[in-house]
Design a binder for this molecule. Sequence first.
Ligand SMILES: [Zn+2]
Length: 188
Amino acid sequence: MTYPIVVYGHPVLRKVADDIDSDYPGLDQLIADLFETMYHSEGLGLAAPQIGKSIRIFVIDGKPAAEDEPALAEFKKAFINPHIIEKSGDLALMTEGCLSIPNLREEVNRESRIRITYYDENWKWHDEVYEGYSARIIQHEYDHLDGIMFTDKVSPLRKRLLKSKLTAISKGRFEAEYRTILPGQKIK
Ligand SMILES: [Zn+2]
């Protein structure tokens, strides 16, 4: 099933999400639903807080961006209890968007290399290094688990200019091809 996407301004997006246990009820279905919701809303990644669940899981499928970086065609993964243990490399500026902030795109600076530990959907533990575009997607999704939105990371000037746009979005003034939950609306 697909979930509605929680929109900017909802408190669940600002919480630090909790690690889960391997016997978390309905975990396989939840991961399948995260992928289905992500595909339905045409995102490259989706984090559990974006469907209203404050737990440390996100899914990524980089295929739609494979034109820009061919390696992304094969980059489809679920990250459970991920922890970025190192960020390094040059800062790179790139335009990002977010399903929780419909139709808004801004340039964000991020480190080009990360080391991350996580469990996959078979509860196998990984300790891996990612670079470039995949490192960027991971950092964006990972930030959701720490209550951080990509608009927090733009320059102070851009932040001031974005303020009214973000307020409008949080009040539902946007068009999206997927169902959403606005701040103040209950998560079912
Ligand atoms: Zn996002």
